[in-house]
Design a protein. Sequence first.
Length: 341
Amino acid sequence: FQHKWFVMRALAKICADPQIIVDIYLNYDCDMSLDNIFERLVNVISRIAQGHLLEWGLNPQQEHSLQHKGMECLVSILKCLVEWSKDMYKRPELPSSDKPDDDKQEEDVTLNKSGLLVRSGSMSSLASGLTDDPEEFEHIKKQKSILEQGIEKFNQKPKKGIQFLQEAGLLGTSPGDVAKLFHTDERLSKTRIGEMLGDEAEFCKEIMYAYVDQLEFTDLDFVKALRVFLAGFRLPGEAQKIDRLMLKFAQRYYEDNPQMDIFASADTCYVLAYSIIMLTTDLHNDQVRNKITKQGYIRMNAGINDNKDLPQDFLEAIYDEIATNEKRKKYRLRLCVDTTA
């Protein structure tokens, strides 16, 4: 109870500060790529104020105390909003319909950091803090609500989600626009991203090519580059889909590192990438009882470099890296292949 009480006291102080409350709403709930922190905060406090605390195991007195503090927080939030609205009406901005023609001409549709289409008159004015126009905030919230619907649809059926966002005017139609969204929006299911990147449809292939081309592998060692590549999605379970993804990765890595004379061609990178996936699955899958040895891994890669062998110390270093460090890496090789496909 003491921990919960301290948290509620801290929330009460936050909710009593009009500037903090407005900043939370503008910087999170009105940002297309971030969570609705203000909305979540109000929902949680409302549940506490209504007494939905049975699962917390509190006695009646403790529950009453938290309810009272929750109600205090809600009243403070309402006071903050009233203060903000009073300040706005003391110095009202021009209505959007009365803006000079020059402003209207400058308003354009651009891509934000997530590859989403936004109007410069909305998001840029928010970012610069030059106006407190409620109509603009309402417009952005509507856009964000549509975006969240699109993300939900994507996480169920990727192609329909992309189509929904494009038809709503929130996502560009080029493969690069979709790829940029995949890179930047963490709310998208990594499994669904992997499915779409590995799909054989021509547009999906173009998205996958753009996705890989937006990555930078220059001067990265091979295992680290593979981790960077796989950090944004889960490999699908179908061999053909994995094959397409590995081919593009190998090509991109080889092109980004022409100074590395260890690889005879992009084909070497492709086979090596596949072998690392197999090694990771073998060493870190509890269902595999007979683990591959270091010498076995070296033999598995014999002759892959244009009918020649890669340096033994190079392959041994890869084996040691995967065997000893893989589980501790922030971006593990999540091949962690999706076997549910």
